[in-house]
Design a protein around this ligand. Structure first.
Ligand SMILES: Cc1cc2nc3c(=O)[nH]c(=O)nc-3n(C[C@H](O)[C@H](O)[C@H](O)COP(=O)(O)OP(=O)(O)OC[C@H]3O[C@@H](n4cnc5c(N)ncnc54)[C@H](O)[C@@H]3O)c2cc1C
Length: 626
């Protein structure tokens, strides 16, 4: 199979809506974005799946919306990226986050801009984001993303995406699991046998059913989200997807965010908004719509009769939770079932999709007899430290907002806050110094909105890979800088091949060399015949595609960090599993050794690599303002 070819497997045979299979290869518990992505990825590989969702597939809440480039790479593999890009704003003006006092209002300081940063690969970040991935950020609220994934999952696995079915028990043995499923409407109970189970239930039931502990702080900050229709065209800010609001009134405790939800505009002309306010801002009865609307109007500085139409309201909490185990017997936890982060950083949904991508190629390889079950242990070894890092980073991002209020001189003393704003706008040395301090605190939020090192640079130190002893390039604690490298555990560097430039039609990325199934060995054209011989003689059932790049491809020569006769062995999730700078004397033996390590899931690290991040989670949680 050539690298650019799609998998040759056929999807699971369709079954009627009333038919229930007695057994399936993979049962997926939960039809959120992570479960649906798992269903698509596995069905594409010809794996027999059954997804059960306890609710209907009516998607009510906007929830997460930013899809980072690595996630879009995964969605590209799932053949859903084109649909997402088609529905996402085509211009770049939405790539900005802003801070204001209010959006508008009659007061002297209402509608005043405090600062802004570029976000999600926009403005000055555009070039380095483009250099890191062939895919760009997309913006699609879950209220539209989840139905799109649902449609694709239905097409990939006809009859196998079932609503109103709740998993109530998971009994495991050495060969598989017997899953108890309850029909929510009829009350009918059935048992389904599965070789493996993916718990993608958002953390509702799986931890209890499996006896897994989710460690970390819970319910740290209550947030109320409103999905509303609202005319905000009076706002002076023309182009911002996300606005944060800080105001001295009420003792500096007035704060929240708004996010433009389109569907046709993603700026002040948006028809719909997600308004998010801290729980304490909602006074009175939470079911009293008038009180809820009042809290929105207060935050935005709108008149008491400014029309608002409510579509939905949800209360939720900041958590910083990471499951102690991502694998329990034959069951794997993925997405919010395995980790729950605050939305600051937009990493919750993104990391869930990346869990699915990491897990599903391994499950398919094991179920196809290409790798032993031990490969699946690498899922936890690889993903747990990453999501622990993401959880810590998200909490630290949340803590970057109060210093802006502090630099503005906001405190519990409302009058002092207003006096401080007088200084902020004054043409005095004190005013200039204050504006500088505020700008510095706003700019610290680049750790959130320009976090390419976090989004594109996440890498695995242990797992289904062969470490080569080289140091991690750059400063791994820097969330902003990204260093492309072919070091094992890192993402295959992206360059446009064949001398193509950004914007050329039909251009091919180095990422396009990677086959969706099996491993891909990337080398140069001159060395490819010798590597093909080695691959044909190497043992094992794992298919290996040899992809050759022209020896004189300048961009690739600079990116690959190996010689012409060297090779990179790349996994379907585009992580480099092994590299050799040159063709080894005994290439077959070297390849066999590498394969043995990769397919047994690598070596277990001596100490828990997630521990430093768990410490950071606790430290950040301790100073989080409610
Ligand atoms: C109100 C709210 C607002 C959010 N806002 C943001 C945001 O602004 N930015 C951000 O990055 N993230 C946000 N998130 C988080 C983001 O939505 C999640 O990270 C993402 O949805 C995780 O996807 P998932 O598939 O793992 O879980 P979910 O989307 O929670 O899906 C899990 C599914 O499993 C089903 N299920 C549960 N138990 C069972 C069972 N026993 N049997 C069968 N099915 C079951 C549930 O009904 C649900 O449909 C928000 C979350 C919530 C709840």
């Amino acid at each position: 199979m050539s690298a650019s070819e799609k998998s040759t497997h056929v999807a699971s045979p369709p079954i009627g809506e009333d038919e229930w299979p007695a057994a399936t290869q993979v049962l997926i518990m939960g039809g959120g974005p992570v479960g649906l992505s798992c269903a698509i990825l596995l069905a594409q590989r010809g794996i027999d799946v059954l997804l059960v969702e306890r609710r209907d597939f009516v998607f009510r809440f906007p929830r997460a919306h930013l899809l980072n480039p690595r996630t879009m790479e995964a969605f590209s593999d799932m053949d859903v990226a084109a649909d997402i890009y088609a529905a996402t704003p085509t211009h770049d003006r939405w790539r900005k986050a802003v801070w204001y006092t209010t959006a508008t209002g009659p007061g002297r300081f209402d509608g005043m801009k405090i600062g802004e940063v570029p976000a999600w690969g926009g403005g000055p970040d555009a070039e380095r984001y483009r250099a890191a991935s062939p895919r760009t950020f997309a913006n699609m609220p879950q209220i539209r993303l989840d139905p799109l994934l649902y449609r694709h999952a239905l097409a990939a696995a006809p009859g196998r995406i079932r609503k109103l079915q709740e998993v109530v028990s998971i009994d495991q043995d050495a060969e598989g699991a017997t899953v108890g499923v309850l029909d929510v409407e009829s009350g009918e109970a059935r048992s389904i046998r599965a070789q493996y189970v993916i718990a993608a239930d958002g953390g509702r039931d799986s931890a209890d059913l499996l006896g897994v502990e989710l460690e970390g702080p819970r319910d740290m900050r209550e947030v109320v989200n409103y999905h509303v229709s609202l005319d905000l065209s009076a706002w002076s800010e023309p182009d911002a997807l996300l606005g944060h609001f800080l105001h001295p009134a009420g003792g500096a405790r007035r704060r929240g965010t708004i996010q433009a939800l389109g569907p046709t505009h993603y700026n002040r002309n948006a028809e719909e908004w997600l308004v998010s306010v801290a729980g304490w801002m909602v006074e009175g009865d939470p079911d009293d719509e008038a009180a809820l609307f009042e809290s929105i109007r207060r935050m935005l500085g709108l008149a008491a009769d400014h029309p608002i139409t409510m579509h939905s309201m949800t209360r939720w909490s900041y958590n910083g939770l990471v499951a102690e185990q991502f694998r329990v017997g034959r069951t794997f936890l993925a997405g919010d079932a395995a980790h729950k982060h605050p939305p600051t950083g937009g990493l919750g949904l993104n990391s869930g999709i990346q869990d699915a991508q990491n897990l599903c190629w391994k499950l398919a390889a094991v179920l196809d007899g290409q790798a032993p079950d031990a490969l699946l242990d690498s899922y936890q070894a690889e993903r747990r430290p990453i999501v622990a890092w993401y959880t810590a980073h998200s909490l630290e991002n949340a803590n970057r907002h109060p210093p802006i209020a502090a630099a503005l001189g906001f405190s519990e003393d409302e009058e002092a806050g207003f006096r401080s704003l007088e200084t902020f706008v004054s043409d005095t040395p004190e005013g200039a110094a204050m504006r500088e301090r505020v700008a510095a605190e706003v700019n610290h939020n680049a750790h959130d909105y320009s976090q390419l090192g976090v989004e594109a640079g996440f890498h695995y130190s242990a797992g289904a890979l062969v470490p080569d002893g080289t140091p991690v390039p750059g400063d791994p604690s820097d969330p902003i800088a990204f260093h492309a490298t072919s070091r094992p555990g890192h993402h295959l560097p992206h360059v446009w091949l064949d001398g193509a430039k950004e914007g050329d039609t039909g251009r091919r990325s180095s990422h396009d060399l990677v086959a969706r199934e099996g491993l891909t060995l990337i080398t140069s054209e001159s060395a490819a015949p010798r590597w093909r011989d080695a691959v044909s003689l190497a043992g094992g059932a794992m298919p290996i595609t040899v992809a050759a790049v022209a020896d004189d491809d300048v961009a690739w020569r600079e990116a690959r960090q190996i010689a012409d006769d060297g090779a990179l062995l790349v996994r379907p999730d585009r992580k480099v599993a092994w590299r050799t700078a040159n063709l080894p004397t005994d290439a077959v033996c070297a390849l066999d050794d590498a394969l043995a390590t990769i397919l047994r899931g690598g070596d277990t690290p001596g100490q828990d690599p997630a521990e430093p991040y768990l410490v950071r989670i606790r430290a950040a949680a301790n100073v989080l303002v409610k």
